[in-house]
Ligand binder design. Structure first.
Ligand code: ATP
Ligand code: MG
Length: 297
């Protein structure tokens, strides 16, 4: 197994290095490589998580395919063996963790859907009984299921935290028709995915989608329903009213919160056991979602 952090491909221009993924230009298409990097509290940590990139890539591909009747996705090719000739020599860094996608104009709107109340939505609800401009029932407990999934978009900021934006404000920026469409699709995608996940023992508490435009058609892009873009809880250990055991970076966040790091400087390296437990959680998420055993490449 090879750990992949930074990726450089001779003669293939890098468009962008995100927190986790790197994008390379293939003309009208983009090569997305999911690395083993991990971010927390908006920082890229100086440790890599074994198999993370491969797992995120495979989970995302699984969902894009599962949800393709709801909306077209950006995928062009997911199999390294079918990649163009000039990429063949990069098998050790690309295999299992990269896809070729259609280049889209991404709407700078993070389409957040919440089926359960937690995180920043809980903080807001506690203050004024609302999330964005959505009024919620009284007496909800932390982590309770909402009567219906809600759409709580945020802006996509170039640096730092994304900022919550109300549905009405989003309509003013992007147009009513577009935002209503994004809302409808986001909720439909969430509902179908959560229904499926529940049967596999996972609750998808909330998630975030990104959509883009190609030739006036709206498609889903970026990643879909991974432990990096969603909160996954264990269904058989779900108890409303308390913190839930989650399938993502919980170990990492807990470790950092208990460390002396001030969350305002270069973060520390992670200890071996935190790295291994985190890798195990990602593998568990993959196996539960796809119903398949994860085989290391
Ligand atoms: N089909 C696509 N066409 C163009 N851009 C895409 C496409 N799919 C994903 N992207 C963009 O590629 C980047 C993926 O990188 P990554 O998720 O690591 O970035 P990030 O750190 O989350 O940064 P960002 O805040 O920009 O999302 C995102 O900026 C995403 O919007
Ligand atoms: Mg991202």
């Amino acid at each position: 197994m090879k750990l992949v952090g930074n990726v450089e491909l001779d003669n293939i221009p890098k468009i962008k290095s995100g927190k986790v993924r790197e994008m390379f230009s293939l003309g009208d298409e983009i090569l997305i490589v999911t690395t083993d990097r991990i971010s927390a509290f908006d920082y890229i940590l100086p440790s890599l998580i074994p198999n993370k990139g491969i797992i995120l890539n495979k989970i995302s591909n699984f969902w894009f395919n599962y949800l393709k009747d709801i909306i077209e996705n950006h995928l062009v090719e997911t199999e390294f063996n079918n990649f163009p000739k000039e990429l063949k020599k990069y098998k050790d860094v690309l295999n299992g963790r990269s896809v070729i996608v259609k280049k889209a104009n991404i709407y700078p709107l993070e389409c957040v859907v919440r089926g359960y109340i937690t995180g920043s939505a809980w903080e807001e609800y506690k203050k004024n009984g609302k999330v964005g401009d959505i009024i919620l029932p009284e007496n909800l407990k932390f982590a309770d299921k909402l009567p219906e999934p809600i759409f709580t978009p945020t802006t996509k900021e170039v640096s730092g935290h994304d900022i919550a934006i109300t549905f009405n404000k989003a309509k003013k920026i992007f147009g009513t028709e577009v935002v209503e469409y994004l809302q409808e699709k986001s909720i439909e995608l969430y509902k179908k995915a959560n229904q499926y996940a529940l049967n596999q023992g996972i609750i998808i508490a909330d998630t975030k989608f990104e959509f883009g435009n190609i030739d006036d058609k709206i498609i889903i892009a970026d990643e879909a329903l991974t432990p990096d873009s969603s909160r996954f809880w264990f269904k058989n250990e779900y108890i409303p009213g308390q913190q839930q055991k989650s399938m993502d970076k919980q170990f990492v966040r807990d470790y950092l919160l208990n460390s002396s790091w001030d969350r305002n400087s270069i973060p520390p390296k992670l200890p071996e056991d935190i790295i291994n437990k985190t890798s195990q959680r990602y593998i568990e998420a993959y196996e539960k979602i796809t119903g398949e055993k994860f085989n290391e490449l």
